[in-house]
Design a protein. Sequence first.
Length: 225
Amino acid sequence: MTLPIRIAPSVLAADFSRLGEEVRDVVEAGADWVHLDIMDGHFVPNISFGPDVIKALRPHTKAIFDCHLMIAPVDPYLEAFAKAGCDSITVHAEAGPHLHRSLQTIRALGKKVGVTLNPATPLSVLENVLDDIDLILIMSVNPGFGGQKFIPAMLDKIAATKAMIGHRPIEIEVDGGITADTIGAAAKVGANVFVAGSAIFGMGDRTAYRTEIATLRRNAETART
């Protein structure tokens, strides 16, 4: 199944002094989803923001809020992020011992269900939950910091993910080092959702955001034709 190309700017790279405006600008510039990187200073080295910030951002756009929880434990906080306005909630397979329970909780909250895999985590952890998820997020850097370079070995992992899901309508998202130069290779092997932080927000203004998002989309679509 071929799913649409989706560009999901990560607000982690935005100007936090005017975050609501940044979200509006990037959506008006053509972003499909808004990617929300939640870091706890425990599961990953940095601390970013929590449900209250998402709740404050929610009135600024109707775009999909794509929430990536880099926190452990994760289960006690799922309801708070759902109530804050997230549309899709993605948890790390490495964040707890009961992945299936976490996925059931997200589904019961009425949200799209995602699982993230760190670069060293094998795809085998997904074999028994494939029919319970809407999205697989492949980390193409080690999580915790923006601005890292794409790990080329993850291209084989993306291709294997595509083969594993077969005809299931599961989105394959890639996060880390996505630029105009790397997006094509990831799209060619099966990814359709692309998280880009500094590659978009580093451009400086709405006009530049529009140009960069259009370039990313064009390069991805060209690569898979």
